[in-house]
Design a binder for this molecule. Sequence first.
Ligand code: ATP
Length: 326
Amino acid sequence: MSHISVQNLSKVYPVAVKEPGMQGTIAHFFKRTYREIHAVQDVTFDIAPGEVVGFLGANGAGKTTTLKMLTGLIHPSSGEVRVAGAVPFKRDTAFLKQITLVMGQKQQLIWDLPAMDSLRINGAVYGLSDRTLDQRVGELAEMLGLSRQLTQPVRKLSLGERMKAELLAALLHRPQVLFLDEPTLGLDVNAQVAVRDFLREYNQRYQATVLLTSHYMADITALCDRVLMIHQGQLIYDGSLDGLVEKFAPCREVKVEFGQPYAMEQLKRYADVQSVVGNIASFLVQPEMLTQTVSKILAELEVVDLSITDPPIEAVIGQVFQAGVV
Ligand SMILES: Nc1ncnc2c1ncn2[C@@H]1O[C@H](COP(=O)(O)OP(=O)(O)OP(=O)(O)O)[C@@H](O)[C@H]1O
């Protein structure tokens, strides 16, 4: 049984076209012409209860439009959506109690008030008793590592603390389906890790289903076994993260700090050199050559430090787009 079921989902936005200049404005006033933007085209997928799925795509690919249709904020042009057994656009109370939407760049907490005041308002909206509210705030605050921050005006919180408080507010009604649009946007590395850890724990504790968009590869690798990739409104990949990375990001980046400078010609003997800045060189290495290449570099050159990383998610996405439809 799926928790999120999407069948041939499409969204077309009609956009008024206006010629530039005064003449264009006058013409536009009397007769409007429209062009269509196919933001989401014929997308189909199913997500089972408890799954954590990454939703990837470049800017403008159609992720937010899809999330808005899944949460009932906008009506699909065609296709069918069911989330937790309901049709989102009907916005039934029972449905709204099952879901939450967190957008990294939007906030629901009231800026000048302590977060706790906003939480009480949310509690009342969801019909929670004072006891349940206090118990849930206590539980979530502990998981998020928040305490005194909840009684300070939101504007005085750091970005990371604010995001944690936003998550607390969004999860107070204990939703079973979480739609998260860039929840770690702009956070420093520590706060990103804290938010990720929290989401993992929430998913495990409450078996919640999560659909997550992020431009940070670390969010996706830490949380998602499965990814959906959308390009120009079309779903072009639905499968494991490993499969995606193996298929479209065949290289790993090996960064080495040497004890002395080496000539480019010498470094090229080991692997493709991406860059050299002072004593630090970056190589692109095929996974099957990784052990051999790293061993050779360590054995033959004077190495101070070495790290191996996946290419950034943007690079993977870029590769998929170059490859076209999967
Ligand atoms: N209200 C709207 N009216 C017209 N076009 C829109 C509207 N909202 C989105 N679009 C267009 O639909 C396409 C998909 O936008 P969407 O916001 O879903 O992308 P996204 O994948 O979420 O991008 P980002 O990562 O930048 O948030 C884009 O071309 C965008 O310009």
